[in-house]
Design a protein around this ligand. Structure first.
Ligand code: ADP
Ligand code: MG
Length: 343
């Protein structure tokens, strides 16, 4: 039998291939594989949303520059972000860890301090997990469970032509933060210099090391009585997430490059690294902002929601997925975000 390399089909290709033979047989399973969370239904008031994420040392985090407390915090945040991306409210998490002998008890205390801080901030209960030894390094797997009012869950699949494409916060910061940390790690391994140059980079470093799941945005949308037609959180970069929405919703999109929000601090660091800030926003991952679409009739309401920008609109699928540059040039959007098997 021929052996196909994982890099040939990529992360999403692999998930599709492995899961395509599965159908759901339980009535309580309302939505299975393919969104930020699965949806389960047991009563007529609330639905349950559930998500899980795996973080592997050396792949998702580097303990040379990621303090364990921050890692614990971030590991929870990335899961809560998926709950919010369904328009849900996170309620519980389980945390499973595999750790090698290189970690001390005190180091793991630090990890759990970060986990605890994240739980407190979002009123989430730690309800269980599993602990194992590992041969090398650390692996953390967190599952988050949330509630969403019946029929209020927002999937990736509901966008329709003319919907407005919205985004919370600003993009590219986490990626530029990573570039700073990688640069200083490189200096350290080359010269042994113990004084990393991190001053003045607070904004992007915080975006990378201490991302915030956007509970506030979900609360504001509820307050203004806006139910997005589709939503996803930005873990892999705007391009990749736009394509997920378009493919799941069978639509196209038109996004205006000059509308994509990039913070001044991010721009400055990008320029220092000779990276186009727009590239960082489109392809850099880990911003954990929310990308969502709203009906055009909600234009006035969404304009009142602070820290949300409208970056374009949904089109029919035959128009494709396009980025419109400042000069009015049309560029096809392609996913160059993070792919676990491509490097
Ligand atoms: P996210 O970026 O929001 O965490 P992923 O891209 O990791 O989502 O996953 C996409 C979808 O595929 C999700 O519904 C997820 O639950 C599902 N999935 C990912 N890996 C597997 C797997 N190994 N087996 C079954 N389902 C999976
Ligand atoms: Mg997600």
């Amino acid at each position: 039998m021929t052996q196909t390399a994982l890099s040939e089909i990529g992360e999403f290709g692999l998930i599709d291939r492995l899961t395509k033979g599965f159908t759901t047989v339980n009535q309580s399973t309302k939505l299975g594989v393919g969104d930020d969370c699965a949806i389960m239904s047991y009563g007529d008031k609330v639905d349950i949303v559930i998500t899980t994420d795996l973080l592997v040392e050396g792949i998702h985090f580097d303990l040379m520059y990621c303090p364990l407390k921050h890692l614990g915090y971030k590991a929870v945040m990335v899961n809560l972000s998926d709950i919010y991306a369904m328009n849900g409210t996170p309620k519980q998490i389980t945390v499973s860890i595999a750790v090698s002998a290189k970690f001390s008890v005190e180091a793991l205390d630090q990890l759990y301090e970060g986990i605890s801080l994240a739980c407190k901030k979002h009123s989430v209960d730690l309800i269980g997990g599993d602990t194992s030894s590992s041969i090398t390094g650390m692996t953390i797997s967190i599952t988050a469970i949330g509630e969403v009012e019946k029929d209020m869950a927002v999937k990736r699949s509901g966008a329709k032509p003319n919907d407005l494409i919205c985004i919370s916060g600003d993009l590219g910061g986490a990626y530029m933060g990573l570039q700073i940390l990688e640069r200083e790690k490189h200096v350290f391994t080359k010269t042994g210099s113990q004084s990393p140059k991190l001053q003045g980079y607070d904004y992007v470093l915080e975006k990378q090391l201490k991302p915030e799941a956007r509970k506030d945005i979900i609360e504001r949308l509820t307050k203004y009585n806006i139910k997005p037609t589709s939503m996803i959180d930005i873990s892999d970069g705007l391009s990749s997430e736009l394509l997920h929405i378009c493919r799941r919703s069978s639509v196209g999109c038109k996004v205006y490059s000059d509308k994509i929000p990039v913070n001044k601090n991010t721009e400055k660091v990008a320029t220092e690294f000779n990276i186009d800030p727009l590239t960082a926003a489109l392809n850099g991952g880990e911003d954990y902002e929310l990308l969502f679409t709203v009906d055009i009739n909600d234009f006035h309401k969404i304009s009142m929601v602070s820290d949300v920008c409208i970056i374009g609109n949904i089109t029919t699928s035959n128009e494709g997925e396009n980025l419109i540059t400042k000069q009015g040039e049309k560029i096809k959007i392609i996913a160059q975000g993070w792919n676990g098997f491509s490097h």
